[in-house]
Design a protein around this ligand. Structure first.
Ligand SMILES: Cc1cc2nc3c(=O)[nH]c(=O)nc-3n(C[C@H](O)[C@H](O)[C@H](O)COP(=O)(O)OP(=O)(O)OC[C@H]3O[C@@H](n4cnc5c(N)ncnc54)[C@H](O)[C@@H]3O)c2cc1C
Length: 298
């Protein structure tokens, strides 16, 4: 029996684990992929306090992991598929066939990249990750789908590698922070396609031809480029499908000031919560509050 089980080892989950452990509690983190979460997969980490110069997602994630293990947090790499939230004892079941029990539970399993829902989306060369796949596109053309902060930041990274970066956004103009807008104009190999959607990708096994649709005129444009790469950063959807006992708000988990959900002893932290700002800084704060409050209950 654990005092606190945390689902997800992103910034929120690791922050909760470190604080919970510091209160002398028996803490388990269950993570389906790797420590670091979403931020561990990005090319560059920006704005979080005390990051290193040119901090990458992978260096940031590595330090998160070292801190958690150094604090004595137990981390198991398992995919949680089922939870029982009501009652004094919380139960978590994983795809690996294990089940765990705890006095309190912290739901910190964030969100997953939104699918575009278009034909050809799963072809090779589509839904790439800038940090992982970017270098393969040296001297080639790449398309970044999305005009918000995350998308434009990855586009700026790709602009240092690729021949040309086209940012495709549904809005009239980029919807990112001013700092990124200012950087975009200093790159003559970045082009913006406003009020446009990627509506299909054609190819045999890999992407060969892209179809763009102008959302104002409905006009379609086909671009043939068998060497191009498509990087989709079109927002996230919360990973809340398995929390059927909770009343969700737009798919996100409502919490009170202690990060507790409507079910006593069940907390939520980070991107998965109803909130206005989804950043590492806010995820870490949520995790700290949830970890401290969960520890106080057991
Ligand atoms: C492209 C991009 C760039 C960004 N850049 C920045 C930036 O520079 N600075 C900044 O402050 N913010 C940035 N953000 C936002 C930041 O990444 C998130 O706000 C932050 O990662 C949220 O942390 P979290 O712990 O709530 O969730 P996540 O980071 O999403 O972590 C959730 C974890 O839960 C795991 N998980 C999911 N389901 C399960 C399951 N069923 N069982 C077990 N584990 C599970 C996942 O594998 C993941 O590791 C960026 C976001 C994007 C998309």
């Amino acid at each position: 029996m654990y005092d606190i089980i945390i689902i997800g080892a992103g910034p929120a989950g690791i922050s909760a684990a470190v604080y919970g452990k510091s209160r002398g509690k028996k803490v388990l983190v269950l993570e389906k992929k790797q420590v670091g979460g979403l931020i561990g997969t990005v090319s560059t980490v920006t704005h979080y306090t005390a990051i290193e110069q040119k901090e990458t997602g992978s260096t940031f994630a590595q330090r998160m992991k070292e801190q958690a293990l150094g604090a004595g947090v137990e981390i198991r790499y398992e995919n949680v598929t089922e939870t029982k939230l009501a009652g004094e004892v919380k139960k978590v079941v994983t795809e690996q066939g294990n089940s765990y029990e705890s006095k309190t539970l912290i739901l910190a399993n964030g969100g997953s990249g939104r699918m575009l829902g278009i034909p050809g989306e799963n072809l090779k060369g589509v839904r790439l990750n800038a940090a992982k796949d970017g270098l393969q596109y040296q001297g080639k053309n790449v398309y970044v789908i999305g005009g918000a902060d995350g998308a434009v930041k990855e586009a700026l990274y790709l602009a240092e590698i690729a021949k040309k970066v086209t940012i495709v956004c549904v809005e009239e103009e980029l919807v990112c922070i001013q700092e990124f807008k200012d950087k975009v104009v200093t790159h003559d190999n970045i082009e913006i396609m406003p009020h446009t959607s990627l509506t299909a990708v054609y190819g045999d096994k890999a992407a060969e031809e892209l179809e763009f649709t102008d959302n104002k005129t409905g006009k379609k444009q086909l671009v043939k480029d068998a060497e191009c790469g498509v990087f989709v950063y079109a927002g996230i959807v919360p990973n809340t499908q398995m929390y059927t006992e909770l009343k969700l708000d737009g798919g996100y988990i409502p919490v009170d000031g202690s990060m507790q959900t409507e079910i006593p002893g069940v907390f939520a932290a980070g991107d998965i919560c109803v909130k206005k700002i989804r950043q590492v800084a806010t995820a870490v704060v949520d995790g700290a509050i949830a970890g401290i409050q969960a520890a106080a209950m057991c």
